[in-house]
Design a protein around this ligand. Structure first.
Ligand SMILES: Cc1ncc(COP(=O)(O)O)c(C=O)c1O
Length: 365
């Protein structure tokens, strides 16, 4: 007898589930997790204390409007708290945007090696992802605009992008926006904004403030070191914030996450220390890996895309196996269409030095 169970929508079954970075390595070696762009500095001690303090009230539902957290974010960035929404990671907000604006037949454009959640969220909402080619592993405004059709509802842009680490100067972001119809929502995903030191970069607050069709998403998972708590936020036009508020879970952000987020945003010294660490080791790792003869895509984030050759024994897969066996867990990026590369998160000094020594050994053998 054949039992036929419930069948999900075809678009759901067309999704290849997101595979997070590995956190283990074979054997009993000490593991350095350099696969998910987490900060080696951890969260602010103030955020940890606030998190612990929230343990006394776990029986209570959190404030469903994340009011105190929105106030803290608004104060930090000079924003109107009414135009901010918080979520269980920025992933949640990206998905809620897709559910709010896409249905069957609607298109969302993203760039070739853009963050995978855009495709997943688009398909999950029943929409169609449309991929624009990149130039030099960098989003290309002309290519993105060329993919816009009458059915386009959303354009997703990670700036800087994960996993490439490349970015678009703000002039280019403005040119992209200028080329979009007012009914198309431009989603600027600035998950790594705090790390960027380029003078021509801006996360996009000015565009959000001056237009009716731009949102910017941010996260507490990266520089704030709160990935485990799942906390993100988004600022945008009232109409967009209102739409997303209608469909989000009524208590989508937990009380400990809110408390930690408020404390984290107030500890600017901790953020500065994380930026300084990244500046130092991003430059050092880039130079050292290039000196080994590896091609490294210039990155403005807290990670590097390292390229390998297709020669047997020297591929990205071979390097991944070699590094993993020594406790160094990097990220395979095949799912991003980059089978010959590995993504390396900037780690603590000891791990960074070990990566270079291990890759030297890998290339010499
Ligand atoms: C570009 C980009 N956007 C969003 C996210 C999601 O972050 P969150 O932990 O806030 O969901 C990530 C995390 O890897 C990312 O790389």
């Amino acid at each position: 007898m054949t039992v036929s169970g419930p069948v999900p929508r075809a678009s759901v079954l067309s999704i290849e589930a997101y595979v997070p970075g590995k956190s283990t390595a074979p054997g009993s070696v000490k593991v350095w997790k350099l696969s998910s762009n987490e900060t080696p500095l951890g969260p602010s001690p103030k955020a940890k204390a606030a998190f612990a303090g929230a343990a006394d009230k776990l029986e209570l539902y959190p404030d469903g409007s994340s009011s105190a957290l929105r106030t803290a974010i608004a104060a930090r960035y000079g924003l109107d708290p009414q135009r901010i929404i918080c979520g269980a990671g920025s992933d949640e907000l990206l998905s809620l945007l897709a559910y709010s604006y896409l249905g069957p037949g609607d298109e969302a454009v993203h760039s070739e090696h853009g963050f995978l959640v855009y495709k997943i969220a688009t398909l999950a909402a029943g929409g169609t992802p449309v991929v624009a080619p990149e130039k030099n592993l960098t989003a290309d405004v002309d290519a993105l605009l060329a993919k816009v059709t009458a059915r386009t509802r959303l354009v997703f842009l990670a700036n800087p992008n994960n996993p490439t680490g490349t970015y678009l100067p703000f002039d280019e972001v403005k040119r992209l926006h200028a080329g979009l119809r007012p009914d198309i929502l431009l989603v600027l995903d600035a998950a790594y904004a705090e790390y960027v030191r380029a003078n021509d970069y801006e996360a996009g607050l000015e565009l959000v403030a001056t237009s009716g069709n731009v949102v910017m998403a941010r996260t507490f998972s990266k520089i704030y070191g709160l990935a485990g708590l799942r906390l993100g936020w988004m600022v945008g036009p009232s109409s967009v914030i209102d739409a997303v508020n209608r469909i989000r879970g009524p208590f989508n952000v937990s009380a400990p996450a809110m408390a930690a987020g408020i404390a984290a945003i107030g500890d600017s010294a901790h953020v500065e220390a994380a930026v300084a660490h990244n500046d130092q080791w991003l430059a050092w790792l880039t130079a050292q890996l290039q000196a080994l003869g590896l091609e490294v895509t210039p990155s403005v984030g807290n990670f590097l895309l390292v390229h390998f050759v297709q020669q047997p024994g020297k591929t990205a897969g071979d390097a991944d196996a070699f590094l993993s066996a020594r406790g160094l867990v990097l990220r395979r990026v095949d799912a991003y269409g980059l089978p010959n590369a590995l993504r390396l998160t900037i780690g603590p000094e000891e791990a960074n030095r070990l990566v270079v020594d291990t890759l030297r050994e890998f290339l010499a053998r």
